[in-house]
Design a protein around this ligand. Structure first.
Ligand code: ITT
Length: 195
């Protein structure tokens, strides 16, 4: 089957290509000729994921899914959350966002946090929602160079390494997005005529 992954983020595309089985032909937005920006106007990752998927479904009428992810930090009252990509402002780099988090948490001893992903899948006009999360801690400095986003400052529970120090296969096995995608893949497998 053919599925469009509604994302402008090449890192996510790379991660998900490793996770989705051979039976699914994964298309990017570039593959279907879409080059615009998709609005994300809501206060929750679930609603934003749905908004992104519906936006593309309404234009192309192709089965598709979108992911929205947020990093929630306890001592920052759940921020940056749904604002994770623009925490330090509009058009900022991953470095800028991490620096703002590290600066705000300079004196904080509670470093508990979690990544949460919501995936909205639209098949034949019907919408399905999948979620995944991983708990861990925000370190006081960046470590590692793989991955993207906040990976260098996030250390998952049970590991001595940050996401940016782990091989991609390992991150994918335990991550918020990896867990949500595993649920999506299971769902597709169980659909009559799916795989
Ligand atoms: P699309 O909406 O085009 O998919 P995006 O980069 O805007 O891409 P999100 O809104 O889902 O993606 O994610 C918000 C931010 O959260 C993202 O820019 C990263 O900074 C961060 N993020 C998402 N997934 C991450 C991951 O696996 N590891 C580290 N940071 C991540």
């Amino acid at each position: 089957m053919k599925l469009v992954f509604v994302t402008n983020n090449q890192h996510k595309l790379h991660e998900i290509r490793q996770l989705i089985g051979e039976q699914i032909e994964l298309c990017s937005l570039t593959d279907i000729g879409f080059t615009g920006e998709i609005p994300e106007t809501h206060e929750t990752i679930e609603e934003n994921a749905r908004e992104k998927a519906i936006y593309i479904y309404n234009r192309y009428h192709m089965d598709c899914f979108a992911d929205d992810t947020g990093l929630e930090i306890e001592s920052l009252d759940g921020r940056p959350g749904v604002y994770s990509s623009r925490y330090a402002g509009e058009n900022v780099s991953y470095e800028d966002n991490m620096n703002r988090v590290l600066e705000e948490m300079k004196t904080m001893t509670n470093r508990r946090s979690r990544f949460r992903t919501a995936i909205s899948l639209i098949i034949g006009g019907k919408e399905y929602l999948f979620q995944g999360e991983i708990k861990g801690e925000i370190l006081t400095e960046k470590r590692g160079s793989s991955g993207f986003g906040y990976d260098p400052v996030f250390k998952p529970d049970g590991y001595n390494k940050t996401f940016a120090e782990l091989p991609l296969e390992e991150k994918n096995r335990i991550s918020h997005r990896g867990r949500a995608i595993a649920k999506l893949a299971d769902f597709l497998k169980n659909q009559a005529g799916g795989f």
